[in-house]
Design a protein around this ligand. Structure first.
Ligand SMILES: [Zn+2]
Length: 216
């Protein structure tokens, strides 16, 4: 018997003892005095969950939602459009299923399925570094009025598509999808703009397709 065995808590969901490797540091105390281990926490939806306000039954319901969402992604998601990023627009970015009104981060294998109906805002989030003398950085943004302009005197060092969602089953309010590769050059940033613009168009098309006949 180890010195700390007496302190080991048991997960109220899976029944496993929570050792150092069993997630004692990532365990969560619930509103009803129960505790779940880090591994069970990892089975929940990816949003910001307030475990201190959830009961064990709430956690079980949340895990059921997570399982159903993954099943949806694996069995029902049919990509009607695969938006690609990168200088040559060949890299996975966002998959759209216009039939169901869903989208997924195409970079994530077995990723989460989000609803296009929940999108209320999106933007291309940019990081900058100052241009050094003699350096240039040219990306035409005029074709993308819905996306941010790049200020003078800087180069873009990172770009990600940030999609804000209204309340949803996954409790995710913000989806962030990398739009440029590691240490991107101008071509990658052009690709990021074009890919984010394609997402904008896909969303627009989807919304237009939902307008009932006679209301155009
Ligand atoms: Zn557990």
């Amino acid at each position: 018997m180890g010195l700390f065995d007496g302190n080991k808590k048991t997960c109220d969901l899976c029944g496993e003892k929570m050792g150092l490797l069993g997630g004692i540091f990532t365990s969560e105390d619930l509103a009803d005095g129960k505790t779940i281990c880090g591994s069970c926490r990892g089975k929940c939806t990816p949003g910001e969950l307030r475990f201190s306000a959830m009961t064990l039954d709430d956690v079980k319901a949340n895990i059921a939602v997570a399982v159903a969402n993954k099943k949806k992604g694996a069995a029902e998601f049919k990509a009607t459009q695969k938006i690609k990023k990168g200088a040559y627009r060949g890299d996975e970015f966002v998959d759209i299923d216009a039939g169901h009104g869903w989208f997924m981060n195409a970079e994530e294998k077995d990723g989460w399925v989000y609803s296009l109906d929940d999108v209320y805002y999106f933007n291309l989030d940019l990081d900058y570094a100052p241009l050094e003398e003699g350096q240039g950085f040219e990306v035409r943004t005029e074709d993308y009025p819905e996306l941010p302009k790049i200020p003078q005197g800087v180069r873009v060092t990172d770009a990600k598509l940030v999609i804000w969602l209204t309340d949803n089953e996954l409790a995710v309010n913000k989806v962030e999808i990398s739009a440029a590769g590691f240490s991107p050059d101008e071509g990658d940033i052009r690709g990021a703009y074009a890919a984010a613009h394609d997402f904008f168009l896909a969303l627009k098309d989807y919304r237009a397709s939902k307008v009932p006949a006679g209301k155009h």
